[in-house]
Design a protein around this ligand. Structure first.
Ligand code: ADP
Ligand code: MG
Length: 519
């Protein structure tokens, strides 16, 4: 069976934690770091490289270095998010035969589940080396807005890596557990999570010993990478101004610049000035050129990134509004994600919410720590806590003119059941087709299609005279059951929509076997 570990499988970094004698302990990466970049690369020799080593060769091996695969997992190629992301990355994203977004390299096409499995397998190996025993089970965290297929795909990635995923926990909930929030005291929390590529704000409630997500919002294209990019652009401009050389097309120079910019940004969270020194970054007409900034001030970087910081506000306001509360109703405001170490970000959080819960924790480890706590809950080492989930998107049916009629509103606590009454729109209409969608748009075409069924043999009558009651039932595992019932005759039809990751059970099993043999 083996031990159970908690895994924060982040968009940019992952973190592993395990409960040792009642205390959560973070397991270091092979480089001795507390987090590991979520990067997988394929080398010329065809071997897989994971983590820091993969990150270090990213710019010089752009087409075969896969980062941010969490953005693809469980999504369709046509998704708006995928389209935007594909503009950000040098590697190729392609459509799998089933329409899923996959990654294409010259080594072959890979599902995001497989790429994530490479990371998870490395995590499993690191934890096994550290603990000196086999790891069989894991708790993995995902963003609160992940839908069924994204959650299922994450589980499948674990299976492919040889892990039994015992639970998928929302990151904000794990963070609250990690912070040691007392679930038995009724309170309302905001979890502010600014990571490397994404920003999430979640409002949680603890009541009667359970955690409940009241609302979740964010910006999927706002994170530390954007801060780094602005700093890199500034440094490139400065360099060109001084030396007359444009090095923005030189991959080796860029890789070095990227690493120093990020390091400088991190340093400026604890000091007010730092310096950057990159000797021999380029060659000019008169010989080698060096990029040197003797004094880089924190205030300079803050000014460069002011607009990014301003963008944090609107999603917070929206989450409060969705939760039906105001900032002063919050008992705690928890910081999560490496970027919340930046003082200007903390100042913004304080400005938006009026407070921050002061706690001496590492914001980029706290989700993994919470996942490890959840492991202990699952194994019975710690008293039971029930985690409630919400539907991250609205669910509804297609009505006239391709409009979406919502039956379950987003942010509804599951399990849940909702009914809605519909009437026929044509005279002598003999059947209705129920097409189920999820999403927030008025038009179903802009939302995701989940499934359909037909209810036939309707009583013959004029338009609007026949009523069909549609019931949506979502169970705690996210399985959606949609039923339609003609009111006078009681005739029924229904469809069950189970979470699917895009890979069949056989495909997952085959991939898992192949990885086991390869390792
Ligand atoms: P993920 O997006 O995977 O959840 P993390 O929570 O680990 O990622 O956040 C990673 C981001 O945090 C990176 O952009 C990194 O540069 C940034 N970061 C880490 N430490 C600091 C620090 N001390 N100051 C500012 N930013 C930091
Ligand atoms: Mg994170």
């Amino acid at each position: 069976m083996g031990r159970m570990i908690g895994i924060d499988l982040g968009t940019t970094n992952c973190c592993i934690a395990v409960l040792q004698d009642g205390d959560a302990q973070v397991i270091n990466s092979r480089q001795g770091e507390r987090t590991m970049p979520s990067v997988v690369a394929f080398s010329d020799e065809g071997t897989e490289i994971v983590g820091t080593t993969a990150q270090r060769q990213a710019v010089t091996n752009p087409n075969r270095t896969i980062f941010g695969v969490k953005r693809l997992i469980g999504r369709k190629f046509g998704d708006e998010e995928i389209e935007t992301w594909s503009e950000h990355v040098p590697y190729e994203i392609c459509a799998a035969p089933n329409g899923d977004a996959w990654v294409r390299t010259r080594d072959g096409d890979y599902s995001p589940q497989e790429i994530s499995a490479v990371i998870l397998q490395e995590i499993k190996a690191i934890a096994e080396d550290f603990l000196g025993e086999e790891i069989g089970e894991a708790v993995i965290t995902v963003p609160a807005y992940f839908n069924d297929s994204q959650r299922q795909a994450t589980k499948d990635a674990g299976t492919i890596a040889g892990l039994r995923v015992k639970n998928i926990v929302n990151e904000p909930t794990a963070a609250a557990l990690g912070y040691g929030i007392d679930k038995n005291r009724d309170q309302t929390l905001a979890i502010f999570d600014l990571g490397g590529g994404t920003f999430d704000i979640t409002i949680l409630k603890t009541e009667g010993g359970v955690f409940e997500v009241l609302a979740t919002h964010g910006d999927t294209f706002l994170g530390g990478d954007d801060f780094d990019r602005l700093l890199i652009e500034y440094l490139l401009d400065q360099f060109e101004g001084e030396c007359g050389e444009d090095i923005s097309d030189d991959p080796v120079a860029l890789q070095r610049l990227k690493e120093s910019a990020e390091t400088a940004k991190r340093e400026l969270s604890s000091t007010s000035t730092t310096s950057i020194n990159l000797p021999f970054i380029a060659t000019g007409p008169d010989g080698p050129l060096h990029l040197r900034v003797d004094v880089l001030e924190r205030t300079k970087v803050e000014r460069l990134c002011e607009q990014l910081i301003d963008r944090l506000e609107a999603p917070c306001k929206q989450a409060l509004a969705d939760a039906g509360i105001v900032a002063s109703d919050l008992d705690q405001v928890l910081l999560v994600g490496g970027m919340t170490r930046m003082p200007a970000v903390q100042a913004k959080v304080e400005e938006i919410f009026g407070k921050i819960t002061a706690k001496d924790v590492n914001p980029d480890e706290i989700v993994a720590v919470g996942a490890a706590t959840q492991c202990a809950i699952m194994t019975g080492e710690v008293q039971d806590v029930v985690l409630l989930d919400v539907t991250p998107h609205s669910l509804g049916v297609r009505v006239t003119e391709g409009r979406m009629s919502r039956v379950i509103e987003k942010n509804t606590t599951i399990p849940t059941s909702e009914k809605k009454l519909f009437a026929t729109t044509r005279d002598q209409q003999d059947h209705v087709e129920i097409s189920v969608y999820q999403g927030e748009d008025e038009l179903v075409d802009n939302n995701s299609y989940l499934g359909r069924f037909v209810l036939g043999d309707l009583p013959q009558a004029a338009a609007g005279k026949v009523n069909v009651e549609v019931t949506f039932l979502m169970d705690a595992d996210g399985v959606l059951n949609v039923k339609a019932r003609e009111v006078t005759t009681g005739r029924e039809a229904s469809v069950k929509i189970a979470p699917s990751s895009g890979l069949s059970k056989d495909e997952v099993r085959n991939l898992s076997n192949r990885r086991r043999k390869a390792s």
